[in-house]
Write a protein of this length. Structure first.
Length: 115
């Protein structure tokens, strides 16, 4: 059975649902990034950080070697040299982005059906 919401409450209800979805998607992105981050010392994996705003969420890593590792173009310096590249490295960020888009679509559909 669909939830009944008074017309003057629709705006607040929609905002709450959007905030909840953004928060859940940001936490899920953080979880998946940590899961897929290659590990040598664990510093890169443990350095993922979340920033939440009212209607946005960001997951970032400010280590200097995070970008080449995430893009699949290099190892961290402790793996032998200054950003040594490896052949055929998989850019796991693209995998996480696609997974999160699917997650958001699925959750938005679920919210729509339960409303």
């Amino acid at each position: 059975m669909a939830r009944q919401i008074r017309i003057d409450q629709i705006d607040d209800y929609a905002r709450d649902q959007i905030r909840t979805l953004i928060k859940a998607a940001t936490l899920e992105a953080d979880r998946r990034l940590k899961l897929l981050t290659p590990v040598d010392t664990g510093r890169l994996r443990s350095n993922w950080q979340i920033e939440q705003q009212e209607f946005s969420g960001t997951v970032y890593n400010n280590l200097p070697y995070a970008e080449p590792v995430v893009a699949g173009t290099g190892f961290p310096p402790s793996w032998g040299g200054e950003y040594r590249t490896r052949q055929g490295a998989a850019p796991f960020l693209a995998v996480v982005q696609k997974d999160i888009q699917t997650y958001v679509n699925t959750e938005a559909d679920r919210i729509g059906r339960s409303s």
